[in-house]
Design a binder for this molecule. Structure first.
Ligand SMILES: CC(C)(COP(=O)(O)OP(=O)(O)OC[C@H]1O[C@@H](n2cnc3c(N)ncnc32)[C@H](O)[C@@H]1OP(=O)(O)O)[C@@H](O)C(=O)NCCC(=O)NCCS
Length: 186
């Protein structure tokens, strides 16, 4: 049996091609239409809070984080999260979520928000957001909007629009909107 040699690394531009393949494989072309992806199109993700997992040097999983304002909460949107089929069910997805949430907490983020399956994320500290509290730039299933609150009154303050936030992170030369890139990864 092949032995896995897993390492978790902060994302950099050299990981982009592999991450594109991983997300295409996991979500297909429809991924750009998702409400969360439309937020990510508004500006670059924060590479310093985004992580990959490599097995023997090959990138096999990725999680990205994007600074957002959600109502009056200055937080981060988690996603996409994807693990190559060859490496599923080894705890890699959960570990990437833990690493990303911890990194955002250390950065002073007020909340980590995502749209995802509650049974997967609730054991990792995510709680349901009040139905309809956040206004996404597209339709979302309100039962799948989740948050890790990391500041006082987060649930009460998650009321209004969720949108990309400029948190002053270093500009990402690799960023292009979908229309500019004609299909590059959000
Ligand atoms: C979802 C995903 C990231 C999980 O990654 P992973 O590394 O395989 O997951 P882990 O090993 O950390 O956890 C595996 C456990 O989660 C469960 N699980 C996986 N996907 C789940 C889901 N959508 N809902 C509930 N549980 C799920 C597995 O059944 C397994 O349960 P077990 O521990 O009781 O056996 C991965 O399957 C994937 O890339 N899927 C396609 C993309 C996707 O759906 N991303 C999430 C968007 S919200």
């Amino acid at each position: 049996m092949k032995k896995h040699d897993l390492v978790y690394l902060t994302e950099d531009a050299s990981h982009d091609p592999a991450i594109e393949v991983i997300n295409e494989e996991a979500f297909g072309p429809g991924r750009f239409a998702r409400a969360a992806a439309r937020i990510r199109e508004q500006g670059p993700h924060d590479r310093s809070l985004s992580f990959i997992c490599a097995d023997d040097g090959e990138t096999i999983a990725s999680v990205r984080m994007t600074a957002v304002t959600a109502g009056s909460v200055k937080g981060h949107l988690l996603g996409p999260l994807a693990v190559r089929p060859s490496h599923k069910n080894k705890g890699i997805g959960r570990e990437l979520v833990r690493i990303a949430v911890d990194a955002a907490r250390r950065r002073g983020s007020e909340a980590v928000i995502l749209v995802g399956d509650p049974p997967y994320y609730q054991p990792l500290g995510f709680e349901k957001v009040r139905h309809g509290a956040l206004e996404f730039p597209g339709p979302v299933d309100p039962a799948r909007v989740l948050v890790v609150p990391m500041a006082p009154d987060v649930h009460a303050r998650l009321a209004g629009v969720i949108a990309w936030r400029d948190d002053g992170a270093a500009p990402d030369a690799g960023f292009a909107t979908r229309s500019e890139a004609q299909g590059a990864a959000a």
